[in-house]
Design a binder for this molecule. Structure first.
Ligand code: ATP
Ligand code: MG
Length: 434
């Protein structure tokens, strides 16, 4: 018989050590982003449905078929956010920050929800780390966020990623391009699915996201966004390319990159990883100079990106640093209080170690068996096998005012004065690290 309750389809539970990798990536994000002057914003998972229809776009896959939308008890239509940019823009406008000092630099981390077909690298609840920069119309906005993005990727151990780059121009040039694309695709659409034929009518740019071979074949030799750019967008794009080159950020032009959300203007970009399977997009981003105004704010340029944290961690070479470990083993239940006190003292001296007490107080033998089992599992538990100790506390030790310290890798045993054990461990752990 299986468990009575199971996680909702497309969602998952994350335990250590995977959860620690998430936490560490988030810590690195916080460090890198705050070192560039970005502050964290946290917005609700629940937003009015209308917000996404207005921003992401009524005809996009996300809004059309991927949203978790429901009526609350008062009949208001709410949606679990499928992405975070719309929520951040709503929050910025609502708080009056859109008319405040510029530039405004924000980042976020949190769960997003999309009703998609679950598969490797594609979940119904997944996490994104993202950045939004408001108030910078020039290409220096792109240069800053992409430099910062690469500093973050670098800190996670990535070395060979490059950005795919394109420009979709203004809403006018997008419209002209869409018209030309429609003209190109209509005669070839007989082999398309009904859904894709609908896209030709409503939003032909979306077809660039298709993996259907018939659509891909029809897109060969199609018009390119770059041929429809107005002069200012073209100059902006050239400037972006120049600044990325100057910053040493590896990029390649991808004329078929249009991105799956409607709000982008001018620059769009994406990073894919060869280390991922079919779902290889690690992050996407771009400029959205009209969105703030479209959501009721002032005219305010903006640019940002969203990283899929689940995919990022699947491909990221970094591993969480292995910790030192101390297991305090009371001889029996009578020594448990003392063991808890001792563990607290040890934590003061070695704050970066994991200090546990054998709460089941099973005796030295079973306690050591647990210590050794953890030693065997050290790589999986992200413990540093060379910095693991057991500290034994029993009647004999209590009488002598000592404890017995055992180094797990060598089984070397030392009697240490009880009031010196913290300092003793700190010294030994520091030596073992060097
Ligand atoms: P995809 O082409 O994979 O559907 P997307 O264009 O829909 O991606 P964005 O809306 O740009 O994705 O979101 C940015 C990032 O969030 C993606 O590059 C990806 O890493 C991640 N992401 C998107 N959808 C999912 C999902 N269902 N599960 C896990 N990660 C996701
Ligand atoms: Mg998608």
């Amino acid at each position: 018989m299986g468990p009575r309750y199971q996680a909702v389809k497309g969602t998952r539970d994350v335990f250590p050590p995977e959860s620690e990798r998430f936490a560490q990536a988030e810590t690195i994000a916080r460090e890198v982003f705050s070192s560039h002057g970005y502050g964290e914003v946290r917005t609700p998972c629940l937003e009015p449905t209308e917000l996404f229809a207005r921003s992401v776009g009524e005809t996009t896959d996300i809004v059309h078929k991927e949203m978790y939308t429901f009526a609350d008890r008062k009949g208001r239509s709410l949606t679990l956010r499928p992405e975070n940019t719309a929520g951040v823009v709503r929050a910025v406008v609502e708080a009056g920050l859109a008319t405040g000092p510029m530039p405004l630099r924000l980042w976020y981390e949190g769960p997003q929800f999309r009703y998609e077909r679950p598969q490797a690298g594609r979940y119904r609840e997944f996490r994104q780390i993202g950045v939004e920069l408001f108030g910078v119309a020039s290409a220096s906005g792109e240069a800053e966020v992409l430099r910062m993005l690469f500093a973050f990727l670098h800190a996670l151990g990535f070395r060979s990623l490059s950005v795919s780059l394109n420009s979709v121009g203004t809403s006018q040039s997008r419209a002209a391009f869409g018209e030309a694309l429609r003209g190109h695709l209509e005669p070839k659409a007989s082999a398309f699915s009904e859904d894709d034929r609908r896209k030709i009518e409503q939003n032909p740019l979306r077809l660039f996201d298709s993996k259907d071979p018939a659509v891909r074949a029809a897109l060969e030799g199609s018009p390119r966004t770059l041929d429809f750019l107005d002069d200012a967008s073209r100059r902006h794009h050239e400037e972006v390319r120049r600044l990325l080159g100057e910053a040493g950020i590896p990029f390649k032009d991808d004329p078929s990159l249009v991105r799956g959300l409607d709000y982008y203007t001018r620059t769009v970009f994406e990073v894919v990883s060869a280390d991922l399977g079919a779902q290889d997009a690690v992050l996407g981003g771009g400029r959205y100079d009209n969105l703030v105004e479209a959501l009721g704010g002032p005219s305010l340029p903006a640019i940002g990106f969203a990283i899929g944290e689940d995919r990022l961690l699947e491909a990221a070479p970094f591993s969480a640093a292995a910790r030192a470990f101390v297991l305090v083993i009371p001889q029996d239940a009578e020594h448990l209080d003392d063991a808890l006190r001792l563990a607290a003292e040890i934590r003061q001296s070695v704050p970066d170690a994991s200090v546990e007490v054998d709460l089941l107080a099973r005796g030295f033998k079973k306690g050591m068996a647990r210590a050794n089992a953890l030693f065997e599992a050290a790589p999986v538990q992200r413990l540093d096998p060379g910095r693991m100790f057991a500290v034994l506390l029993g009647a004999q030790e209590r009488q002598q005012g000592t404890v017995t310290a055992k180094k797990l890798d060598t089984a070397e045993q030392t009697m240490v004065r009880r009031n010196e054990i913290g300092h003793w461990l700190a010294t030994r752990l520091a030596e073992a690290r060097a």
